[in-house]
Design a binder for this molecule. Sequence first.
Ligand code: PLP
Length: 359
Amino acid sequence: RALNFNAGPAALPFEVLEKAKEEWLNYNGTGMSILELSHRSTEFESVLNNAKRLLAELLDIPDTHEVLFLQGGASLQFTMVPYNLITEEKKRGYYVLTGVWSEKAMDEAKKLGDPKTAASAKAMNYTLIPSIDDIQMGDDAAYLHITSNNTIYGTQWTSFPVTGSIPLVADMSSDILSRPVDISKFGVIYGGAQKNLGPSGVTVVIIKKDLIREDASHLPTMLNYHTYYKNNSLYNTPPSFAIYLLSLVLQWTKDKGGISGIEKINRQKADLLYKTIDESEGFYSGHAEKPFRSHMNVTFTLKNEEMTKKFLSFAKEEGFIGLNGHRSIGGCRASIYNAIPLAHCERLADFMLRFKSRN
Ligand code: PLP
């Protein structure tokens, strides 16, 4: 298997790909590939229901919340959240800015209204997460939006704001299913699947049922959460293959010991890479401040651009894929989502040590 540290679409568990290959031409004795099944068939509906059930089990999703499968990526949720949550009375979304993705989420909300910044780490070059105590909202707050893990900068929330009656909305695209989260504290959680959940093409939304408005028929049908809720995410043709792969990834996660099993391995992987950075006497330096370091995206630089380029080019020669930082900040980034085995992080740490001793 390639040493794939891409940020997304990211590596999938090998066992999942094997299982998909096994079932590829004949899904469950149907004589058809899963790609060929009608989304109205009982076989497909049970794939979808199984994915919902497994996600609910793994994340301990309470009955107060519903799981929806949509398309359009996390990026479409930047629009759907304000569309569905803003009301006459509660007319403003509040945003904690922790990176490019939260800025983009807020930019979309600006097209529909007048969102406000509740707190921001922009002045600190997004090296940290603002203190929960610094978050400010008015009486007009329809929701508070956060990005739980900042894929580009490599920072992550460790505890979440307590917002009382104001719905907490989280873009969890790059850390959903990597650690336990108390779902009951959130109004909406959303994420594109292409990191921890499986393939691109399906977006998962976990929403508190009382935020799904039956009276929102003025909204475009496909932008209305109620459409998906009412039709078990089968209003129109869903991304059926992506939902199938998602169900296999969820089963794999369960087989790995569920979230607590996965979290333990994730911690080991991240600790190993951060230790390599910290013990390098400044040869490598992490972008994120220590208390805010992401367990999913390890971002670092070398002493200058030239050395960073050399590192990336040697890494490529040794078979490491996707270690370059996002085009907006440069540097290096190792994305170590659930499917990345500890052994691949050990290979990377070993390479980093060898590169340092030669340079
Ligand atoms: N939010 C975060 C935190 C992301 O990491 C990404 C993509 O990497 C997005 C949103 C955009 O997701 P999508 O490509 O599914 O629209």
